[in-house]
Design a protein around this ligand. Structure first.
Ligand SMILES: Cc1cc2nc3c(=O)[nH]c(=O)nc-3n(C[C@H](O)[C@H](O)[C@H](O)COP(=O)(O)O)c2cc1C
Length: 339
């Protein structure tokens, strides 16, 4: 994609992509076609390693991606103990020379050390300062500022604060995640100090996305208040569309569950079972027609009106970015009004 020079950022320099956009990793959603379409269009396609199951399939996915595109892409690795396949996934990613890892949760020290040995970049998802400091101390190449309203396990800090805060305190490139679906969002994130954006929910409503049409239609219908935070999946807040099923299930933990969550041992057992159950429900809802409609999405679903090919969505984002940027009052005009 030929782009406006102002879209050349430290992120595009670091990764060698055309536009500073990651088509974000989405559990049970992202697949090879999405990664290839995104990377071929000049962005960074990505997927969670956990989507390739059984774990050896990850090598097949990576080989297929590398066969279909020479452009950079990323794999998302969950680096804490909840991911029992972590070590195998990391080995495969390193053997297959993945260009970029997006590390979530846990301590990224080992991923960063091993990745740097083979020239792979590591960007870490961060929702708190504590995560950011740990990631930078371990040598992360960049931070993904996951803000409030984001799809998945979003943070609770406003992007208006989180992006400039990270920019002010850390010198690595910052990628904004959460609430971005169009060129205005891209421009706003860059204005706040981001070097790139990571966009998830927008791409669920894409042609290449393999989820059932009911899921895509629910995104097109959603209003901002239809996206709710539930603690019922694995005890960690997650953004879902408020379907009839979610309404019936409720979103808060009961007294007993909250108590169990506080006890480390109980939490591991009870919530491991619950996570397994939720994963099955989410997987079924994403790929089959069912009344148990449990669909992940961020608040930005309310700004999405159509299902388009990934390349067209990206092209439109860049065009809108340029239009919105050109339509901003010129700096002299603002100064004139102020004086
Ligand atoms: C359905 C869904 C699944 C997600 N799964 C993951 C995941 O497995 N790993 C991860 O790091 N982020 C995950 N995310 C978060 C995205 O990578 C990204 O940070 C987020 O979607 C950005 O917010 P947005 O949806 O408002 O664009 C998921 C998001 C969604 C909507």
């Amino acid at each position: 994609m030929t782009t406006n020079p102002s879209l050349k950022t430290r992120f595009t320099d670091d990764l060698g992509c055309d536009v500073p956009i990651i088509v974000a990793p989405m559990f049970l959603v992202s697949n090879v076609d999405m990664v290839v379409a995104a990377s071929e269009a000049g962005a960074i396609g990505s997927f969670p390693a956990l989507n390739a199951r059984p774990v050896e399939t990850l090598r097949d996915w990576l080989r297929e991606i590398k066969q279909r595109t020479r452009r950079p892409f990323a794999v998302n690795l969950i680096v804490n103990k909840s991911n029992i396949y972590y070590r195998q996934q990391l080995d495969i990613c390193m053997e297959e020379r993945v260009p970029m890892i997006i590390a979530s949760l846990g301590n990224p020290a080992e991923v960063i050390r091993r990745a740097h040995e083979v020239g792979c970049k590591v960007y870490c998802d961060v929702i708190f300062e504590e995560h950011a400091k740990k990631a930078v101390d371990c040598g992360a190449d960049g931070l993904i500022a996951v803000s409030s309203g984001a799809g998945g396990h979003g943070g609770n800090i406003s992007p208006f604060v989180w992006i400039p805060y990270l920019k002010k305190h850390y010198s690595v490139p910052i990628v904004a995640a959460g609430g971005i679906a169009d060129g205005a969002g891209l421009l706003a994130a860059l204005a706040l100090g981001a070097d790139g954006v990571s966009v998830g929910t927008r791409f669920i409503a894409s042609r290449e996305c393999p989820v059932v049409d009911d899921y895509k239609q629910a995104i097109l219908r959603a209003r901002p208040e239809d996206i709710v935070t539930t603690y019922k999946l694995d005890g960690v807040p997650a953004s879902v569309i408020r379907t009839e099923y979610v309404r019936k299930m409720g979103t808060e933990l009961n007294w007993l569950e909250r108590k169990m969550l506080k006890n480390r041992r109980l939490r591991q057992v009870v919530f491991a079972l619950r996570t397994l159950r939720s994963m099955r429900l989410l997987e079924k809802a994403a790929h089959r027609t069912t009344w148990k409609q449990l669909w992940g999405a961020g608040q930005v679903a309310s700004l999405i009106d159509d299902v388009q090919p990934i390349a067209d969505i990206l092209r439109r984002m860049v065009e809108e970015y340029e239009q919105v940027r050109n339509a901003l009052p010129a700096a002299e005009a603002v100064e004139r009004v102020a004086s």
